[in-house]
Design a protein. Structure first.
Length: 94
């Protein structure tokens, strides 16, 4: 792995290195229809709306979630293959 690839992978893994963000991914992946309204994440996470929004932004910026704005609400879903991208970058991880 090149130094540049390692730096990029470290940046990506840093987005996952937070328990709240891992829980967000789990909630989205397990949701009916595989998408969740941001407004429905505050209670299960036990976090304030601004904190949930921050975690969602980090996951969107890292390429794990995609955002679909509908009126005043934002719905989030997993980016297909995003988690495979992480495991594929590590030799022998599959």
């Amino acid at each position: 792995m090149s130094a540049e690839a390692a730096t990029e992978l470290a940046r990506t893994l840093k987005a996952l290195a937070d328990p709240a963000r891992l829980r967000v991914l789990s909630l989205v992946a397990g949701a009916e229809g595989r998408e969740v309204c941001a407004c429905d994440l505050t209670t299960p996470l036990g976090l304030s709306q601004p904190t949930v929004s921050h975690h969602l932004k980090v996951l969107v910026d890292a390429g794990f979630l995609q955002r679909d704005k509908r009126g005043v609400w934002a719905y989030y879903s997993l980016v297909p293959g995003a988690l495979d991208r992480v495991t594929g970058a590590l030799p022998g991880a599959r």
